[in-house]
Write a protein that binds this ligand. Structure first.
Ligand code: GDP
Length: 202
């Protein structure tokens, strides 16, 4: 499937305010700087589509983009800002977790994980929370074009991805699907769209 139309629909601050037309949706979430905006734009082949979510004041919003008039890509605020005050982090948790648990039309969460670095604790905790709460999840490993460096633990992106999956395995009844991606080479883009299509028609 090709993305022929992508339009920003709305920013919502609560699950109840999200679009109510019943179209299926996929939510993108990940640590800040994981490459979420880049991947979103790579998927829809647009530059700067996701910028709305980066504007001040929109960072705590659920941002809906309608694709091909038939489904939604949802951009959620990034987590794990080291500098964010504890109160903000707690609010963020409540707000997104409420969305994950209540949003009826959510087909799958797409959790973005940076594969150019070894697994991080916040990411592991996040994935495990989704697993324990039986929220359907797909892992998108980002930045798979990045070559190993000593500071990355000397591992290739594929190896970091495998380590991550092994660490979260016990929290899932069945291993979550995963896709290796890069916004630089567009690796994984077709696979993501294919996977989303399969999940919608399930
Ligand atoms: P966001 O905060 O999750 O929306 O992340 P951005 O999309 O703004 O990307 C954060 C940084 O990572 C930027 O400097 C991007 O250029 C870089 N980046 C994003 N995706 C990739 C990728 O696939 N490969 C590489 N090498 N760098 C990437």
């Amino acid at each position: 499937e090709l993305v022929s139309a992508a339009e920003f629909v709305k920013s919502s601050t609560k699950t109840e305010d999200c679009p109510s037309d019943g179209l299926p949706e996929f939510a993108l979430v990940g640590r800040s700087n994981v490459g979420k905006s880049s991947l979103l734009n790579s998927i829809v082949r647009r530059k700067r589509l996701a910028l709305t979510s980066k504007k001040p004041g929109k960072t705590q919003c659920i941002n809906h983009f309608r694709i091909n008039d038939s489904w939604y890509l949802v951009d959620l605020p990034g987590y794990g800002y080291a500098s964010a005050p504890q109160q903000l982090r707690t609010d963020w948790d409540k707000f997104t977790k409420d969305y994950f648990l209540k949003r009826q039309t959510l087909v799958s969460v797409f959790l973005l994980i940076d594969a150019s670095i070894p697994p991080k604790k916040t990411d592991l905790q996040y994935a495990c929370w989704l697993g324990q709460n039986q929220v359907p999840m797909t892992i998108l490993f980002t930045k798979c074009d990045k070559r190993k460096k000593a500071k990355n633990g000397g591992k290739r992106p594929e190896e970091n991805a495998e380590d991550f999956q092994n660490l979260i395995g016990e929290f899932f009844q069945t291993a979550p699907p995963w896709i290796l991606t890069s916004s630089v080479t567009n690796q994984g883009r077709d696979e993501i769209l294919l996977h989303m299509g399969q999940l919608r028609n399930y």
